[in-house]
Write a protein that binds this ligand. Structure first.
Ligand SMILES: C[S@@+](CC[C@H](N)C(=O)[O-])C[C@H]1O[C@@H](n2cnc3c(N)ncnc32)[C@H](O)[C@@H]1O
Length: 230
């Protein structure tokens, strides 16, 4: 095969892939809009199984996602919109026994799946580290400057008042704390990296890094440190 025909084939393949993504996004957005209107919830709880599946893990390995979020030993982390806890246990492993993970979600049914997972004998040791909480991103039930990191994985675009939610995250984060926002194109609420960056910056955060690929990425922000007398 000549270089030119290989190039042409690659171009066709890329165009096909792009068309598939656009088609998927259009159909998935329509379907999720209809479902949400009917069920009155952001992401129906039965979706929890798919979110916490081996298939998802292959596309978004836990260790990779936790690393992207900038989670370190001993941190107090907020897994905001944790869902069925697809990444919560991996966060707990990362913070270790001296750390804590607050797994917060709007839907008690989602948290039940995580609690069931924590009841399994092999997960008992994480019970001391993971604390589940029902709550809304727009009014976080946490004191100001009480967490080191906050992760929103496929959540931000589901929140109706995103600015209010980000201002709440800003409030509960310690100075110099990390906000990590991850988006994945399979999610009907997927947003492009520049949209996520703009939202974070408008809330006062500073972009530290963008990791992954545009279709499966994490933007890591920092809450600025207050410089006294500056
Ligand atoms: C697509 S799921 C992602 C769950 C999990 N982060 C994951 O990646 O598997 C979005 C989750 O965000 C939660 N959520 C949506 N809006 C929320 C809000 N305003 N406050 C708290 N949680 C919210 C939903 O209940 C749902 O569990």
């Amino acid at each position: 095969m000549s270089t030119r025909s290989l190039f042409r084939r690659l171009k066709t393949l890329a165009a096909g892939l792009l068309a598939l993504i656009v088609l998927h996004q259009t159909l998935a957005r329509l379907l999720s809009k209809t479902l949400r209107r009917r069920m009155q919830v952001p992401a129906p709880a039965p979706l929890g199984r798919l979110l916490d599946s081996a298939f998802r893990r292959r596309l978004q390995p836990e260790e990779d996602m936790v690393r992207r979020c900038g989670i370190k030993k001993g941190m107090r982390v907020l897994d905001l919109g944790c869902g069925s806890g697809a990444f919560t246990l991996a966060m707990a492993k990362q913070v270790g026994e001296k750390g804590e993970v607050v797994a917060l979600d709007l839907q008690p049914k989602m948290l039940k799946s995580l609690q069931r997972k924590l009841q399994q004998p092999q997960n008992h040791r994480w019970q001391k580290i993971i604390h589940t909480s029902v709550g809304a991103a727009q009014a976080l039930p946490l004191p100001s400057e009480s967490v080191n990191a906050c992760c929103l994985i496929s959540v931000l675009q589901e929140v109706p008042r995103r600015e209010q939610a980000l201002s709440e995250v800003y409030r509960v984060l310690k100075q110099g704390g990390v906000l990590a926002v991850s988006e994945f194109v399979i999610d009907p609420d997927y947003a492009l990296p520049h949209t996520t960056m703009r939202l974070g910056e408008q809330a006062g955060f500073i972009v530290e890094a963008v990791e992954g690929k545009p279709w499966n990425y994490t933007v890591r922000f920092r809450k600025p440190q207050n410089i006294e007398g500056g």
